[in-house]
Design a protein around this ligand. Structure first.
Ligand SMILES: NC(=O)c1ccc[n+]([C@@H]2O[C@H](COP(=O)([O-])OP(=O)(O)OC[C@H]3O[C@@H](n4cnc5c(N)ncnc54)[C@H](OP(=O)(O)O)[C@@H]3O)[C@@H](O)[C@H]2O)c1
Length: 327
């Protein structure tokens, strides 16, 4: 590629710092601008990562002619509005997960991508993880026979966090389901598709935040047992069991560095370490799609994001998970 893809980052929190370190590993990428609600914070971030432009408002970055793709790294509640604003200003968008907080928002975002003819993708980085891609191809090729059972979870202790922070604040779209439950739901959906039936139950914190959700996806010949929570740590190992064997993705499975296959009492482990932390691969996917003039990725399409949020809407409806000021 002759010309570098110019990235702008909006919302300079925790993930923005991790993302920018992987962006530096991608040859065809350059980060030209960062934006925060605070100009001082933007300047600090820009100086730490040698970024030439720092803005004290998100809109200024969206209007900047030196930015091709905007990466949105704010709390969930702002994903839809900010993505649509950026797309209306002609920018391609990579937006953190979940793409929107409900299906209606995701539909509006996809409509904006189509209307403005710009690329839009949910930053569901696990989809592009080399070990997870390999596991998907093994399953699709029948390596362990028909899948009967998937078990995946994502949990860590978070009840000591600030109640105003994005993790535990329902006003910001907080709670375990959209923050981390999205990963096990994604894995079951990736390997088995949309379930015939969804069963789930949630528990809530004193401030109304959802802090534990257990989910069963029922398929004609398989069940997936999934869990998200903020009330304890978990080893976070994923298991995929088929008629002829078991694939295990070791902890923390969503950022896998390998996998193992067990067949006829023999277990073999394979290492597939990521470049950087693993955001590298979603960045490469954005670049590949832009080079081909695509509006969406084939690996994680608009329909995939719609299906995923549709499943989370169902679980929210079943358990009364509300985000007060946004719906
Ligand atoms: N893919 C992954 O591995 C991964 C990991 C963690 C998080 N995430 C996703 O990334 C997004 C951000 O997560 P994070 O952990 O980076 O969150 P964070 O540390 O709280 O940072 C979020 C940033 O959003 C901006 N923001 C805008 N309006 C805000 C408001 N009303 N309250 C708080 N912050 C506001 C702030 O940036 P400014 O002050 O600079 O404006 C803030 O620093 C979430 O969607 C999350 O699901 C993804």
């Amino acid at each position: 590629m002759d010309q570098k893809i110019r990235w702008g980052i909006i919302g300079l929190g925790k993930i923005a710092h991790s993302f920018v370190q992987d962006l530096a590993l991608v040859n065809e990428a350059v980060i030209t601008a960062v934006a925060s609600r605070s100009l001082e914070k933007a300047k600090e971030f820009a100086s730490e990562y040698e970024v030439s432009l720092a803005f004290g408002s998100y809109k200024e970055l969206m209007e900047c002619e030196e930015v091709d793709v905007v990466y949105i790294a704010t709390p969930h509640r702002f994903h839809a509005n900010l993505s649509i604003m950026a797309m209306d200003l002609g920018k391609h968008v990579l937006c953190e997960k979940p793409l929107g907080i409900n299906k209606k928002e995701v539909e509006a975002m996809i409509a904006s991508s189509k209307k403005n003819k710009v690329f839009l993708m949910e930053a569901l980085w696990s989809r592009f993880n080399p070990a997870i891609r390999k596991v998907k191809s093994l399953v699709d090729n029948g390596e362990i026979g028909n899948i009967a059972y998937v078990h995946a979870d994502f949990a860590f202790y978070a009840l000591d966090r600030d109640l105003k922070g994005r993790v535990l604040n329902p006003e910001l779209g907080g709670g375990s389901l959209l923050d981390v439950g999205i990963y096990p739901i994604f894995l079951a959906y990736l390997l088995l598709g949309k379930p015939d039936e969804v069963l789930s139950t949630s528990s809530f914190y004193s401030n109304g935040a959802e802090i534990q959700t257990s989910i069963i996806f029922k398929y004609q010949h398989a069940q997936a047992v999934l869990y998200s929570g903020f009330t304890s740590n978990s080893t976070m190992r994923a298991q995929i069991s088929g008629e002829k064997g078991i694939i295990t993705i070791p902890e923390r499975w969503h950022q896998a560095q390998g996998y193992s296959v067990q067949k006829e009492q023999q277990q073999e482990a394979f290492r597939l370490p990521t470049q950087g932390k693993g955001y590298f691969y979603e960045i490469k996917e954005v670049h590949a799609c832009l080079a081909e003039g695509k509006l969406e990725s084939d690996l994680w399409s608009h329909q995939n994001s719609l299906d995923l949020i549709g499943l989370m809407d169902t679980i929210r409806d079943q358990n009364g998970i509300h985000f007060p000021s946004s719906e």
